[in-house]
Design a protein around this ligand. Structure first.
Ligand code: DX5
Ligand code: ZN
Length: 322
């Protein structure tokens, strides 16, 4: 299948808790992109699941990234345990009655992605004070606590697209997650609202259904939604695609790379099939993620023209000297 844009995070909330290791392995084999771990404390939500110890044990059975969704009243008190358990991202709820910024800061300092989630009734504006600390906005389209509930379309319509805006400080890598009631009936709509990650729980655990097919369908439908609602009918750019932004001699490429990266856009320098310079060294490709190509051009097209000109002058000087 063509690598698309949408990602599926498989929630194991509806799996057989007597064999979570198997459940996680099955998600991986079936093409899930991440594992979504619903931690509930019986207090913030009226249900109880598992904690950091279970996650730490599961960490050994898969290489997939772990997204922890902490539906607990005191995330600040326990967050270290989830960092230590090997979670790649940790999302807490904005409704908790304790300071939020220190916990988000801690997650980020540990090199993990930090997220805030919100109940269906909580307005998106509740996240604004923490905007600069966010890598993930997780919009709940069911009341947290249980799998298998109905997707709240009105909530999705009101919040998913605007949630993007809260991540505008991140040139690349910011993610909107949608959690609750996502299945083959609702994935196209969610994709049409620009979500990056679809959390899928009960739809993956229906007896007799092929989990791999369910994941493929959900991703394809989400990408269709994105293509026709938001991308003028053009298929989305796969997330892992990189494009060449400039071809420059090494020292120029290095300088340009640092400039671009200072603005939060990641750059790769590759020796491609550029010309060979008078000093015998081939030009480097300055590569950026395709999803950030337009932004890179907007910010750095003028600088690129200057670098290309400087490189040309440098080559000419070298040739004249040699
Ligand atoms: C609900 C959890 C969800 C849940 C989604 O509180 O946060 O992650 O697993 O399950 P479905 O897909 O069945 O709504
Ligand atoms: Zn969840």
């Amino acid at each position: 299948m063509a690598p698309g844009r949408a990602r599926v995070a498989a929630s194991i909330l509806d799996a057989d808790f007597a064999n979570l290791g198997n459940a996680v392995r099955r998600c991986e084999r079936s093409g899930a992109d991440r594992i979504h771990l619903d931690v509930m404390d019986g207090h913030f939500v009226p249900n109880l699941t598992f904690g950091a110890r279970t996650i730490k044990s599961l960490r050994r059975v898969t290489r997939l990234p772990f997204d922890a969704h902490l539906m607990i009243s005191e995330p600040g008190r326990y967050v270290d345990e989830y960092i230590d358990a090997g979670c790649d991202s940790i999302t807490i709820h904005v409704e908790v009655e304790e300071p939020i910024s220190p916990t988000l800061g801690k997650i980020r300092r540990a090199g993990r992605a930090a997220g805030l989630s919100l109940r269906p009734a909580t307005p998106l504006s509740a996240l604004e004070p923490y905007q600069e600390l966010l890598d993930i906005v997780m919009v709940m389209t069911v009341e947290p606590g249980f799998g298998g509930q109905k997707f709240m379309k009105d909530v999705a319509r009101a919040k998913l697209l605007p949630a993007r805006d809260l991540l505008r400080h991140k040139a690349v890598g910011g993610e909107v997650h949608v959690d609750g009631g996502v299945n083959r009936e609702t994935a196209e709509f969610a994709g049409g609202q620009g979500v990056d990650v679809l959390v899928v729980g009960s739809a993956l655990w229906i007896k007799g259904h092929d989990m791999g097919r369910e994941i493929r369908l959900i991703k394809a439908l989400a990408d269709e939604g994105y293509q026709y609602e938001l991308n003028a009918g053009v298929p989305p750019i796969p997330r892992d695609k990189w494009v060449s932004f400039a071809r420059l001699p090494k020292t120029f490429a290095k300088r340009f790379m640092d400039e671009i990266e200072a603005g939060g856009i990641p750059v790769l320098m590759l020796r491609g099939n550029g010309q060979i310079n008078p000093d015998g060294v081939r030009d480097y490709e300055v590569m950026v993620p395709a999803s950030a190509e337009a932004l890179t051009a907007e910010r750095h097209a003028d600088a690129r023209d200057r670098y290309l000109q400087d490189a040309e002058d440098w080559r000419r000087a070298l040739r004249a000297a040699g």
